[in-house]
Design a binder for this molecule. Structure first.
Ligand code: SF4
Length: 485
């Protein structure tokens, strides 16, 4: 068999994928470089494309490419971008849609002047709006939902640019945390439900917005506050102003930002991700104890919860799985089959910790179950006597329509299997999840402020009907993978 090239390391572990990170800065003489660094800190939110748009007050210059931030930009490109205001974006995209045309920022020139936009989230009514706009003669350049906002903006008869932005956004439904750049202004907007995070910071008098506070830390900026749900924040030569033009809506912060997506050194929705994630582990140990010798996290995302689990259970935590951080975007697979090769590229078991031990394996999710099974097999292959899997959130039973790339409902193992069936499928001695109550008890702002749709199937904004029907029609059992995987 010829070597298989092009396996994407980012897809090797079966996780929900974040779709984007955004950054914006206004009033800094090194705006493009600061944006580059900000995107560097947000790289975990999207690894397939990166882009920066910068304004020098007259023109908006754009640079986008497929790849990681460090590979996309060099000194010459950042110098070419220049400017004192800039926005930037990192993007993960689903298979088949990973084209440069869909990379952001998206820039257009229209009756209101040049404008560039970066979007984190997903608009649930974008297909309807797109059909309507195409029917009226609009020509779309991308198949991204974000472009809908720009078409609505370009057609707006409003005189002031901020009125045109508000008018366009009043027509979209769903999740949007936006960084928008005009010649003179940086505009940050968060949808009224507040699905995705967006933090506001300051550095040497410049204003900064970013998906997570870890981007502020890297450039030495001070966190000021979160952009509020439904807020339009504008920074320009005339200072800053804040509008609240949309009707209030039920808050729906994405709880999965705390469970998995955000970096543990970030604050999102006003809370430390590290503290929330550690608390999830503590509660998990109380709700689902295990008679075991060692707590082992699935790195990196299971580490904080494993710390909490070990703390509450009194069982020592050891790093029994080591993650390889240096896998390129693609690699060449071996000609000969190697046992557990796929998962071994990312994780390797430490025999001295696992051999002969009863292991509590702490992870943040089981999506399809196939990766979990490979990891359980890997731990057992290193001599573990028992493997008790503990998951720091409830079973994932529904897809996300608000900006997270998830498999269809039919592919989510917890949507189609009982806990006992999952135990059998992933070959664990036991599997337990944190309860929804435990999950919500770990965040200070409480049950009503969070979206938990992927655990409950109850959506704060109705999901597109056709999509729902499609998901239901595709319900089927999880397909066994070929032996030897
Ligand atoms: S459905 Fe899940 S992943 Fe999507 S916004 Fe809600 S909590 Fe987050």
């Amino acid at each position: 068999m010829p070597p298989r090239a092009g396996s994407s390391a980012s897809r090797m572990l079966d996780k929900f994928k974040d779709e984007c990170g955004v950054f914006g800065i206004h009033g800094h003489r090194e705006a493009s470089r600061m944006t580059y660094l900000g995107l560097y800190a947000l790289q975990h939110r999207g690894q397939e494309s990166a882009g920066i748009a910068a304004s020098d007050g007259e023109m908006i210059h754009l640079s986008r490419a497929m790849g990681h931030v460090a590979d996309v930009f060099d000194e010459a490109e950042l110098t070419r971008l220049g400017g004192t205001s800039a926005i930037g974006h990192v993007r993960y995209s689903t298979a088949g849609e990973s084209q440069l045309a869909n990379a952001q920022p998206i820039r257009i020139d229209c009756v209101h002047g040049p404008i560039a936009i970066c979007h984190n989230g997903n608009l649930v009514n974008a297909p309807e709006l797109r059909d309507e706009l195409v029917g009226e003669g609009s020509i779309f350049q991308t198949n991204s939902d974000t472009e809908v906002i720009l078409h609505l903006y370009a057609r707006s008869k409003a005189r002031a640019f901020e009125e045109a932005i508000v008018e366009s956004l009043a027509r979209v439904r769903g999740a949007f945390s936006l960084a928008v750049l005009t010649r003179q202004h940086l505009v940050a907007v968060r949808d009224p439900h507040g699905f995705r995070p967006l933090a506001l910071g300051q550095l040497d008098g410049a204003w900064i917005v970013c998906s997570e506070t870890c981007a502020l830390d890297l450039i030495g900026a001070t966190y000021v506050r979160d952009i509020e749900p439904g807020e339009v924040f504008i920074a320009g030569p005339d200072g800053t102003r804040s509008l609240k033009p949309f009707p209030p809506a039920l808050l729906a912060h994405c709880i999965f930002e705390h469970v998995y997506f955000a970096r543990p050194d970030s604050y999102v929705f006003g809370e430390s991700v590290n503290e929330v994630r550690t608390s999830l582990g503590r509660l998990l140990a109380l709700e689902a104890p295990a008679d075991a010798d060692v707590v082992v996290p699935v790195p990196d995302s299971g580490v904080c919860a494993a710390v909490g689990f070990a703390e509450a259970s009194g069982i020592p935590m050891r790093m029994g799985l080591i993650r390889n951080h240096y896998i390129g975007r693609t690699f060449i697979e071996p000609r000969q089959s190697i046992r557990h090769f796929g998962v071994k590229v990312k994780l390797n078991p430490v025999r001295s910790i696992l051999d002969g031990r009863r292991v509590v394996l702490v992870d943040d999710s089981i999506v399809r179950g196939t990766t979990s099974r490979k990891i359980v097999r890997l731990v057992k292959s290193a001599g573990a006597r028992e493997v008790h899997v503990r998951i720091s959130c409830p079973p994932t039973i529904s897809p996300c329509f608000y900006g997270i790339d998830t498999p269809r409902r039919s592919e989510l193992i917890a949507a189609t299997h009982t806990i006992e069936e999952i135990e059998t499928f992933i070959e664990a001695d036991s599997v337990r999840y944190l309860s929804l109550e435990g999950l919500l008890a770990s965040v200070n702002s409480g049950r009503s402020a969070y979206c938990t749709s992927c655990y409950t199937g109850r959506y704060p904004i109705p999901v597109p009907r056709e999509e729902d029907v499609h998901l239901q029609l595709r319900l089927r059992p999880v397909v066994e993978e070929p032996a030897g995987e």
